[in-house]
Write a protein of this length. Structure first.
Length: 560
């Protein structure tokens, strides 16, 4: 991740998602290395082969936990180099590694976010009392409430800078409505929003004093989250979504209201009278999803507002429990594994190949969790409000063996946005490689204008090539006994390349990965560790294959 810690003030939500690369393609055809099975495949869980795998899991997994815990001991010789990064904890007298700026902003402000969401539901309850909602078959009557609360929230978060945001989104609305339906409409929409992102970064959110010295006092009215431009990239996605959805509504016509799946809601236009500034403002500034997402398209948002809430309290309670379990898991990791502090201070001198590799691995696990938790909190808020945005993380980071599958299940709502507004217009599966390169370049620049993220984007694009070649050279129709094992070897290669690309992108950078590769290959001990690691990954991929079989046998269909 970029070296600067993007600090915010009092509510201090420090860039909850901006710096982390996220998405890519949602292909409808799985590659050979995914080894997608049929649902009637005989289970292998009780075979001799898998009992061997279980023994290896029992032997290796505790070591993967013990090594980072041992490295985080106050008695370790390197502890003195990173102990300044630690803070007082609350679990069994342990210090906590709260040094990651992004997660610290969410962790420290979780009580404030709970209060904000509680205020939202309290005022919504009072508003519903006045409007007698039982007489309504949809929730369009809530639009004025959402709009009003959003404006107040904007003022509280950004102070006088709320005016800048309102000017930008109002300009986008005017461009979208006047150019929508014309051949240059999409171009105007994209160019305007790209220029806004670039200007936001260049001028650090602008200053009123630069317009006139008499306006300098407005720069001091900052609100709880003064650096609004840092997370504006999330808002930019909604601006593009409205512009493109309106353009397609003009050119394609509207869809009759009916029960729809998520995919149908996303692609089905509304009558043009639904694309009003009032609805647009409620969508762009929708409080549960404004700060960090997940990302929902305008069409999907309005279809859900035009229908009754079908979510049950049992499903909401289950989702809340899952969030709390993930939160407690993160707390245990940060109290017993000081991997972020070790990474940030480069306190890895003298580490063995195994120790250095596990520092990288657990940093990636922490990155996955620190993104999952804010996204699930805000999605839970939206679910309780009756809006069902896409789940961003549909698989654990360690449960992936396909490069394509990994990016489809990481920041999934962004992935779906990319597919609808970039991938399909670029030609979809007809131009996979070119589309991938352009998309990852966009994704890297969208997150941050840095060479490290550009290197990440280009590396990921490069690492897609082996899977594309494998899909052609080794068709899935192969049913020989060796096919599954060859696919597992491909899965091991995919995991290693994904680890390398993501370590470069937002953990240790190009210098750090060079150091790690050197430590793994400059001695026979390091090479032996690499061979052992690949063997363990091979076993892990076989378990993942069987897990995918089990999903199909249970009727669970996931394209990742």
């Amino acid at each position: 991740m970029p070296s600067d810690e993007r600090r915010l003030s009092p509510l201090r939500i420090e860039d909850p998602v901006k710096e982390q690369p996220s998405c890519i393609l949602k292909l409808t055809v799985e590659i050979p290395s995914s080894h997608q099975p049929t649902a009637d495949t005989t289970p292998r869980w009780k075979t001799l082969e898998f009992f061997f795998y279980y023994v290896m899991f029992i032997a290796v997994m505790p070591v993967m936990v013990w090594i980072p815990v041992a490295l985080s001991s106050p008695e370790h010789q390197n502890y003195q180099y990173y102990k300044r990064k630690l803070s007082p904890g609350w679990l069994f007298g342990r210090q906590v590694d709260n040094s990651d700026a992004q997660y610290r902003s969410f962790r420290n402000n979780l009580p404030a976010l709970v209060l904000l969401s509680s205020a939202f539901f309290l005022f919504k309850f009072l508003y519903r009392l006045r409007r007698s909602p039982d007489t309504h078959l949809d929730r369009i009557y809530l639009i004025p409430f959402i709009r009003g609360f959003s404006i107040l929230m904007l003022l509280g978060l950004h102070g006088a800078s709320a005016l800048k945001i309102l000017i930008i989104i109002s300009t986008n609305y005017l461009i979208s409505r006047h150019a929508g339906g014309s051949s240059i409409g999409p171009l105007f929409c994209w160019v305007f929003n790209a220029l806004v992102l670039f200007a936001n970064e260049t001028y650090s959110g602008y200053r009123f004093a630069s317009l006139h010295s008499s306006l300098e006092f407005m720069d001091n009215i900052q609100g709880a989250y003064p650096r609004w431009h840092v997370s504006f990239n999330i808002t930019m996605l909604r601006l593009v979504s409205f512009g493109m959805d309106y353009h397609w509504a003009v050119t394609q016509g509207s869809q009759k209201e009916m029960a729809m799946s998520h995919k149908q809601r996303t692609s089905s236009p509304h009558p043009l009278e639904m694309y009003t500034f009032s609805n647009y403002l409620a969508y762009i500034l929708y409080p549960p999803l404004y700060i960090a997402g997940p990302i929902i398209t305008f069409n999907d948002f309005m279809w859900q507002m035009r229908s009754k809430n079908t979510l049950t309290w049992n499903s909401l309670a289950g989702y809340a429990v899952r969030f709390l379990v993930c939160l407690l898991t993160m707390e245990c990791i940060l109290h017993y594994m000081y991997m972020v502090a070790i990474k940030d201070t480069k306190a890895w001198d003298g580490f063995s190949a195994a120790e250095l590799s596990l520092v990288g691995f657990w940093n990636l696990i922490i990155v996955w969790l620190k993104l999952l938790l804010p996204w699930r909190f805000f999605r839970l808020w939206a679910l309780v409000d009756g809006i069902d945005p896409p789940e961003n993380m549909v698989r654990c980071m360690a449960n992936n063996y396909s490069t394509f599958g990994f990016w489809k299940s990481w920041h999934r709502s962004y992935n779906l946005w990319i597919v609808r507004y970039i991938y399909i217009p670029l030609g979809g599966t007809r131009n996979v490689l070119v589309s991938s390169l352009l998309i990852f370049t966009f994704v890297a620049l969208w997150h941050d204008l840095s060479f490290k993220l550009l290197a990440w984007g280009w590396l990921v694009s490069l690492f897609l090539i082996p899977e594309l070649i494998a899909r052609t050279a080794l068709p899935q129709s192969k049913a020989e006994w060796w096919y599954r094992h060859v696919c597992a070897v491909g899965g091991v290669f995919n995991i290693l390349t994904m680890l390398a690309a993501n370590l470069v992108g937002f953990v240790i950078g190009t210098d750090g990965i060079s150091y790690m590769i050197g430590a793994l290959t400059d001695s026979w001990k390091g090479i032996r560790f690499v061979i052992f690691t690949c063997s363990c990954l091979f076993i892990g991929v076989q378990i993942m294959f069987e897990y995918r079989y089990e999903e199909l046998r249970a009727g669970i269909v996931r394209k990742c």
